[in-house]
Design a binder for this molecule. Structure first.
Ligand SMILES: [Zn+2]
Length: 569
């Protein structure tokens, strides 16, 4: 006979998280081992809100050091190796027999067998950055085999291992769903809350603008916000994060559910998403608030046209209707981490009077851009093109030529696809035309290079930021300085050759190093502006060796460095 208790145990085993209709089920729980043989502690969680993307994996702390062995989490074969200066840095992809792919990024180097495989092809193709797709017979691996060493390469802010699990459709899945266990008994934090009027008639406390709600912690561990008045269709937003045991850093939450007047009206869960959705994070968050305050408020309603698959079971898209006179509404947010520790926020909304008159906003000097129609306009020597679909919604933007600059609004509206800025260069003929580029002017005056193309007399560049643009000229070539050797140095006992490279205007675009006329591999670490050659590559010969390093910036200025290096084996 099945007792009630054993039924509950059975239910818990079969349905570890009930009530989530679209949660992916039947993921293997013991298939993958940990990729590091230390206690797993996270500096980043799956789905965490980052700049222009949701974090696609776990960032596992490596005790602030690089060089920890990284293990194949299951049997399989290396199906992809990608080395980039930016992004994932050195990354390894392993395909497993069950179809899942594990990904390990920001590595310092690969295991000797894989390192030899990669270097051979880097030398053959004469490049550091490379992408390889070995077949299923070339680099087979056993579970637990050391495949690489942890590092800090690419866009990494400190030593850690970025670890992902993808399915055969290249969707990324929360690795914790595969049974990876991380101690967490702390509840998510509730840091800031906002209320948003969502149509032209709606108000929050009498005003037609977003209102920040004071968060009041309660004795019983829940949260309240001050009751507020509203009219019309409104939405709520929250800035929340999770803390794990023994950790000071904050990570992302796992799921969030809201109830309006007792019934569920919105849910989001970070268990799986695709890379092509990830930029829509800028539509999820209150983008303007983020740009002004550097904190991310998640809007708890579905923005128009959002394809995000993290939204579940929404009613009215999570929006709240507060039009019925003399009513008080309850709204509840429940925020959960992966271990089901939860924080609850109770909100009380009092119906306000219908606003007396329609507000007539002052739109003088602003240009209306319909997000479904392509926009093309000239401003003096500049022209601006905003393709249909580049914006998520219609916008009023200040666009004007100002001195030698083009002002294209402020970076407070998210842009999904490239807009194009062009400049008529015909007055600059005779000059070194190639040295010009379109730059984004930072609020503090710095110029950021944007990849620009000169076609005839038109210079143009694509950008996904509103802001101020100008045409800049880079007439300074890069600098190259050797760090651990000099011209005519003896390098018989050296392990590496290191050079510092820099370009103060348009930035470094590329480099090429040769020894006695033959390509040698140099790894570029942009964070410390360093080129490194590993002398274990064994390319030096007895006697004099001529090292030549050419570095090119983003407009094509280049600098050549030469040194003679003495070597005796
Ligand atoms: Zn990461």
């Amino acid at each position: 006979m099945v007792t009630r208790l054993s039924f509950i145990i059975l239910a818990v085993l079969l349905f570890p998280r009930f009530g989530e209709s679209q949660t992916i089920k039947n993921l293997p729980q013991d298939y993958f081992i940990n990729p590091l043989d230390i206690n797993l502690r996270l500096s980043g969680s799956f789905g965490e809100l980052r700049s222009n993307h949701f974090h696609s994996g776990l960032d596992i702390k490596t005790n602030q050091v690089t060089g920890l062995p990284v293990y194949a989490v299951a049997n399989g074969y290396v199906s992809r190796i990608k080395i980039q200066t930016y992004g994932y840095g050195k990354a390894l992809y392993i395909t497993h027999p069950n179809g899942y792919v594990s990904v390990y990024a920001h590595l310092s180097k690969f295991s000797p067998r894989i390192e030899a495989y990669v270097k051979k092809l880097q030398y053959a193709k004469e490049t550091y950055e490379i992408e390889l797709f070995p077949n299923d017979l070339e680099l087979r691996l056993d579970q637990g085999e050391v495949v690489a060493y942890s590092g800090n390469t690419g866009g990494s802010g400190g030593p850690h291992l970025h670890f992902e699990i993808r399915d055969s459709a290249e969707r990324i899945i929360n690795p914790l769903l595969f049974g990876i266990d991380i101690a967490d008994s702390k509840k998510p934090l509730v840091k800031q809350m906002m209320a948003y009027p969502l149509d032209e008639n709606s108000t929050i406390n009498g005003k037609r603008e977003p209102f920040q709600l004071r968060v009041i912690p309660q004795k019983n561990g829940t949260f309240k916000v001050e009751p507020f008045k509203a009219y019309g269709t409104i939405g709520i937003g929250v800035n929340t994060s999770d803390q794990m045991d023994y950790e000071r850093n904050q990570n992302g939450i796992y799921s969030l559910t809201t109830h309006f007047n007792g019934s569920k009206n919105f849910e989001m869960t970070f268990d799986r998403f695709s890379f092509d959705e990830t930029r829509h994070i800028n539509q999820l968050i209150d983008y303007k608030f983020f740009k002004e305050h550097k904190s991310r408020i998640s809007r708890l309603y579905v923005p128009e046209g959002s394809p995000l698959s993290i939204y579940r079971n929404t009613k009215d898209g999570g929006k709240l209707n507060i039009t019925e006179p003399n009513t008080t509404h309850t709204y509840k947010i429940e925020i959960c981490d992966f271990k089901n520790n939860s924080s609850v926020v109770h909100v009380e909304i009092v119906n306000d009077d219908i606003p007396l008159e329609k507000q007539v906003p002052d739109n003088t000097g602003l240009t209306y851009v319909n997000h479904n129609i392509s926009f093309n306009e000239n401003y003096g020597k500049y022209s601006l093109s905003i393709p249909s679909g580049a914006l998520y919604e219609n916008a009023l933007i200040e666009i004007k030529e100002s001195g030698d600059k083009l002002i294209v609004g402020k970076d407070e509206i998210p842009v999904h696809k490239n807009m194009y800025i062009s400049y008529d260069m015909s007055s600059k003929t005779g000059d070194n035309m190639k040295q010009y580029y379109i730059a984004e002017v930072q609020p503090w005056g710095a110029l950021y290079h944007i990849d620009s193309k000169l076609k005839g007399t038109t210079l143009s560049a694509g950008t996904r930021n509103f802001g101020t643009y100008t045409v800049a000229k880079d007439d300074l070539a890069p600098t190259i300085a050797p760090l651990n050797f000099k011209d005519k140095s003896w390098i018989s006992n050296a392990k590496t050759l290191k050079l510092q490279i820099d370009d103060r205007q348009s930035g470094i675009n590329g480099y090429r190093a040769t020894l006695n006329g033959n390509f040698i591999l140099m790894e570029y670490e942009y964070k410390d502006k360093m080129l490194t050659h590993d002398l274990a590559d064994n390319v030096v010969t007895d006697g004099e060796n001529l090292l030549k390093v050419i570095v090119t910036d983003n407009v094509g200025n280049s600098t050549t460095f030469e040194a003679v290096l003495n070597f005796k084996s």
